[in-house]
Design a protein around this ligand. Structure first.
Ligand code: GDP
Length: 474
């Protein structure tokens, strides 16, 4: 972090203003080679103040004025990165931005790598690792639910809880280690009873946190809903009926593999991803079978299966039997009873619910309506669509208010899994009267896992993966 970095913080393309950011020990000196204020330079500005200025590039004899704009100065450590930061706001011409960046690199700055500003913020202690990860989520958030989750995490969420747990475990580790110094005397400084209580509490809390992951993931990436039904049951008609009611229709999600067809639908700030199972026919060649495997994978991790059938042609019981047959394809051990019960445990992470959708009630001569696990509707006549929407909303627990933590990050989910195992081991050791040094070792390992979430301990390549996903300029 000896060198100073620069990048544009705003996207290139149309817009009124672009912001070019310089950060590092030489930021002010470098900016002063490019910025011409009416009086004085950037170095004379008060921190957190703004000035009108011209931006110049060194030309042959005279300087070439590139643009006019404003300069903002943030002196270390009160800046995003914790270093001196100078922001130049210019007109949003890609040409001006390019020239400005090359003037800055000529003056001694280096082009920033993806996520490097946030990485520096992390390394300078402006935020912990889970908060830095939340910055990426916040930038990527596209609806109320994903924004809400990122915002919670940015404000501290998981970190706060982990810090509290850490503080209490550190105390025990220290006491147990202290006992080792007095091993001749056979004393116990660490209250085993209290340690056991803490481990029980921490274990339960970690398990509860891990359980929020399925919801967190669904909210962040969209609630995956699988649509199943015989040909002609009305799947396309139903999708159209749902999608047409919402103006904000997004047809695909960048970054996801699109080997299964997905339709995206937003309702009440939550995004749903409808996964079509049309590809789930008996596969003849290897490619088809691979496609099927991926579809099956998606089905396993779906939040719900909508089992659509033609109510004029089939009874609910027949539909249940058919659904049970589908289920057995995914999980040979599953029985019809689990289907009838309305839930099936096909994945460890989430438990998809089966919701029966009895379509074509107009042709069946009955009214739209709803039972516990069945919605009766007419997709074509648009009767009962609102009942289905209500049932879909119930797939997710209401967003807990305040600062309740919801896991959204797969890395945190994995580390918490290791933490849970380690806490179990400490508890088992305690129950088996394990010697103090082994106990202390296990507690230290638990502390290390906690540190992996907040970023107190991190392998270098982890920072590479996390910040590499950011865009340049963040
Ligand atoms: P898919 O093969 O499951 O996608 O089924 P489609 O959506 O293509 O529908 C098959 C046929 O059923 C079409 O002729 C639709 O017009 C008809 N259909 C769909 N929904 C309804 C409904 O609610 N009532 C009636 N009477 N016909 C419907």
């Amino acid at each position: 972090m000896e060198d100073s970095i620069c990048a544009t913080a705003t996207p290139s393309g149309s817009g009124g203003i672009s912001v070019v950011r310089v950060s590092g020990p030489q930021a002010v000196k470098i900016a002063d080679k490019v910025v011409r204020c009416r009086r004085g330079g950037v170095a004379d500005m008060a921190s957190h103040s703004v000035r009108f200025a011209a931006f110049v590039a060194a030309g042959g004899a005279a300087e070439e004025v590139l643009d006019e704009g404003v300069v903002t100065l943030f002196r270390a450590p009160r800046s995003y990165t914790g270093e001196d930061v100078v922001e130049l706001a210019c007109h949003a011409s890609p040409y001006i931005v390019r020239r400005l960046l090359s003037a800055l690199t000529d003056a001694g700055a280096r082009m920033a790598e993806p996520g490097e500003f946030t990485k520096r913020a992390f390394l300078n202690g402006k935020m912990d690792l889970s908060q830095a990860e939340a910055v990426a989520d916040l930038i990527a958030s596209e609806n109320k639910a994903s924004h809400d989750l990122a915002w919670r995490q940015l404000r501290g969420g998981v970190s706060d809880e982990m810090a509290a747990l850490r503080a209490r475990l550190v105390e025990f580790a220290a006491l147990v280690e202290l006992e080792l110094d007095f091993s001749e005397e056979d004393v116990e400084f660490a209250d085993r009873q209290a340690l056991r209580a803490l481990l029980d509490e921490a274990g339960a809390r970690v398990a509860a946190l891990r359980r929020t992951f399925a919801t967190g993931l669904a909210l962040k990436e969209g609630v995956p809903v699988v649509l199943i039904g015989r040909p002609n049951a009305g799947k396309s008609t139903l999708l159209n009926a749902l999608l047409r009611e919402e103006r904000a229709l997004v047809s695909d999600i960048p970054g996801t593999t699109r080997d299964t067809i997905e339709e995206v639908w937003e309702c009440a700030g939550v995004r749903y991803r409808f996964i079509d199972t049309a590809g789930l026919r008996e596969g003849r060649d290897e490619v088809e079978r691979m496609g099927i495997r991926r579809t099956v994978e998606k089905m396993r991790t779906a939040r719900a299966w909508l089992y659509l059938f033609d109510a004029a042609a089939m009874t609910l019981d027949e539909a249940r039997a058919e659904a049970a047959a589908w289920l057995r394809r995914l999980e040979p051990g599953a029985s019809a009873a689990t289907v009838a019960g309305g839930s099936a445990s096909v994945a460890a992470m989430s438990e998809p619910r089966i919701l029966f959708v009895a379509n074509k009630v107009d042709a069946a001569g009955r009214a739209a309506g709803r039972d516990a696990d069945t919605v009766y509707l007419s997709a074509r006549e648009r009767q009962g669509i609102d009942l289905l929407e209500g049932a879909l909303r119930e797939l997710l627990p209401p967003m807990p208010d305040g600062d309740t933590v919801i896991l959204t990050n797969a890395r945190h989910y994995e580390v918490l899994g290791r933490l849970a195992d380690t806490l179990d081991r400490v508890l088992a050791g305690l129950n088996a009267n394990l010697s103090g040094d082994l106990l202390a070792q296990d507690i230290r390992e638990a502390l290390r896992h906690i540190g992996e979430i907040t970023g107190e301990v991190y392998p270098d390549e982890l920072l590479g993966t996390i910040f590499g996903r950011f865009c340049i300029g963040k």
